[in-house]
Design a protein around this ligand. Structure first.
Ligand code: FUB
Length: 345
């Protein structure tokens, strides 16, 4: 993940053109997973810090240590920081890099799902439980059995089943699990183990959760994204293929799987009539933001739909110091989402 900061941009001018402003400015926050629980908005972001790590394409400079939950009574009210909800020092299996989390509610309990790198250098996904949506959360002693890679997004379907979507390329290590086991070779290379350009792209994963939401109820399966001709997107199609930042929402009975294209910086989406897919690519939701990463969630609040996203405008382009934002999304009569430009012309 390349640049540290961007020197050629007038950030005052850019901030005037920005579609929306950071929801909080006293800390840096990213990867916002938004939910409405008991009528209130809760946002589960990464908590960005500058830990002094060198920049590399594995994302080592994203060296986050804890999570804070942000809450809002409604979208016009102030966003409140509820303090530390979970710290890496309290997670026995995790060493570092508390990346993009998500949360779910079931029977009055709240579950925080989070990726972190273990002491063996392998990313896995953990779960921590609380009686409150803002924590503090108590982590399980081990990561979820059979979990790997990053960016969990947990979706509750209308029938009460919960599914986790996850995965991320390069530093997120998805490519190192291609054979079903972790490939320890070339640990410093984000590109080793990737498919060739003309091969099918690597797929994000789905697993149904157990009733207690603490484990996978099944082996993770591929989420296949098809092009307009019914063929799987290819690895070389990097303006459309999945990279990281999985999210699922349901609109008018259709499943919308959205994600970041990573090195081309778009948030795109694909639709299906089944939570397992296959999904068909539909288009872009968000054009590139300031900063290398793009990561979002989509949430219905009082009958309107919103995109929660982040950019690095507050830090003047420092790619690992990001700020969460929100803007409304629009569907056309066919259910297509209108592409959003994060900065007005
Ligand atoms: O915040 C760390 C990583 O950057 C996330 O896990 C990715 O989705 C990207 O936003």
């Amino acid at each position: 993940m390349p640049e540290n900061s961007i020197s050629h941009i007038d950030f005052e001018e850019l901030n005037e053109k920005a579609l929306s402003q950071p929801l909080v400015k006293h800390i840096y926050t990213a990867d916002p997973s938004a939910h409405v629980f008991e009528g209130k908005i809760y946002i589960y972001p990464s908590h960005d810090v500058d830990a002094g790590e060198a920049f590399d394409d594995l994302g080592s400079h994203f060296a986050m240590e804890d999570y804070h939950v942000i809450s809002m009574d409604n979208l016009d009210s102030n966003a409140m920081d509820n303090g530390v909800a979970l710290h890496v020092n309290d997670v026995s299996w995790a060493e570092k890099q508390m990346w993009a989390p998500d949360a779910a509610e079931k029977n009055g309990k709240y579950y925080l799902f989070f990726p972190a790198k273990g002491h063996d250098g392998i990313f896995r996904i953990g779960v921590a439980v609380s009686d409150s949506p803002v924590g503090p959360f108590s982590p399980q002693p081990q990561a979820i059995k059979g979990s790997f890679s990053i960016d969990p997004a947990v979706f509750k379907d209308d029938d009460g089943e919960y599914y986790m979507y996850f995965g991320g390329l390069w530093g997120g290590q998805l490519q190192r699990w291609r054979t079903g086991v972790f490939n320890p070779e070339h640990p410093e290379s984000p590109f080793a183990h990737l498919p060739e350009d003309e091969e099918p792209a690597l797929c994000p994963k789905i697993a149904k959760m157990t009733d207690d939401l603490l484990e996978f109820a099944e082996e993770p399966k591929d989420i296949v994204i098809l092009d307009e001709n019914g063929n799987p997107l290819l690895a070389g199609d990097n303006k459309r293929r999945f990279f990281e930042a999985a999210w699922m929402h349901k609109y008018n009975g259709t499943y919308y799987f959205s994600y970041s294209t990573g090195d081309t910086h778009f948030i795109c989406y694909a639709t299906s009539s089944n939570p397992y897919g296959p999904f068909t690519y539909q288009g872009r939701i968000l054009n590139p933001v300031i900063g290398w990463t793009s990561h979002h969630s989509i949430c219905e609040v009082n009958g309107k739909w919103y995109l929660f996203y982040h950019d690095s405008s507050l830090s003047k382009g420092v790619t690992h110091l990001r700020s969460i934002k929100v803007t409304e999304i629009e569907y056309d009569k066919n259910g297509k989402i209108k592409t959003i430009d994060p900065y007005k012309d």
